[in-house]
Design a protein around this ligand. Structure first.
Ligand code: HEM
Ligand code: HEM
Length: 179
């Protein structure tokens, strides 16, 4: 299919999708590696991880607002009603997890009595450390991050299947190149 036949997301939506994809994948592996830092410097890296996660929340808000102003381009008719529904469900699940993962991180930190250092100002936790609450929230953070990662793997596999097997040039919908 020639690029002119493929309807695209807007440039800001494309930019947000691609920047957030890189950031989320980076934060996932960064999160997994946090335990391996020596105790005396670990706090600084945990804080960087938190700042990256807060940035995801801000970008996600911008993305949801942009999506409500300019809805996504329609899927190709060749996809059929069933696959269109599955694709929508998959995308909503990605959006939900992009919110649950960082928000559970914020909640876990605050429940552990720890704040976030934004360098220009400090956000202190208003709560006393409470392991009975921060423990389960840690589980939510870890499990939802793993779910998001595996859903992203499936999402990328589907995108590549469209691109190279179905050859419908799906990636052009999110390509930063071209008009
Ligand atoms: C953390 C990584 C990623 C996340 C969270 C993510 C999330 C999403 C979401 C939520 C949408 C739906 C956009 C909307 O309709 O508003 C989407 C669309 C899309 N993504 Fe990703 N994505 C990620 C990585 C990737 C990568 C690496 C690729 C390329 C291989 C990719 C290819 C696509 C394509 C082609 C679409 C457009 C689907 C369509 O509407 O036809 N994504 N992505
Ligand atoms: C999309 C954004 C995020 C992703 C993908 C992510 C992912 C992860 C992952 C995979 C881990 C390792 C979990 C484990 O095995 O224990 C982790 C740990 C952690 N995350 Fe996140 N995270 C995100 C956002 C946040 C945010 C916004 C905060 C807090 C403001 C946060 C706070 C933490 C903390 C404190 C840990 C260390 C937990 C510990 O072992 O003590 N994360 N994160």
């Amino acid at each position: 299919m020639s690029p002119v036949d493929v309807k695209r997301y807007t440039k800001p939506q494309i930019g947000l999708h691609n920047i957030m994809a890189l950031l989320i994948i980076g934060l996932y592996f960064f999160g997994l590696s946090l335990e391996s830092f020596p105790k005396d410097v670990r706090g600084v890296y945990v804080n960087f991880h938190k700042l990256g996660g807060v940035l995801i929340v801000v970008l996600l808000l911008a993305r949801v607002i942009l999506r409500s102003v300019t809805p996504p381009p329609p899927f190709p008719e060749s996809m059929g009603a069933g696959f269109t529904k599955i694709a929508h469900l998959g995308h909503y699940a990605l959006y939900a997890l992009m919110a649950i993962v960082p928000l559970s991180g914020v909640a876990m930190s605050l429940a552990a009595g720890r704040g976030i250092n934004f360098y220009l100002f400090q956000l202190a936790s208003p709560f006393e450390a409470n392991k009975a609450i921060s423990g389960p929230l840690h589980e939510v953070h870890e499990i939802s991050a793993n779910l998001l990662f595996f859903l992203v793997l499936g999402h990328v596999a589907v995108a590549l299947y469209h691109q190279f097997v179905l050859k419908d040039n799906l990636l052009y919908r999110l390509s930063p190149k071209g008009k």
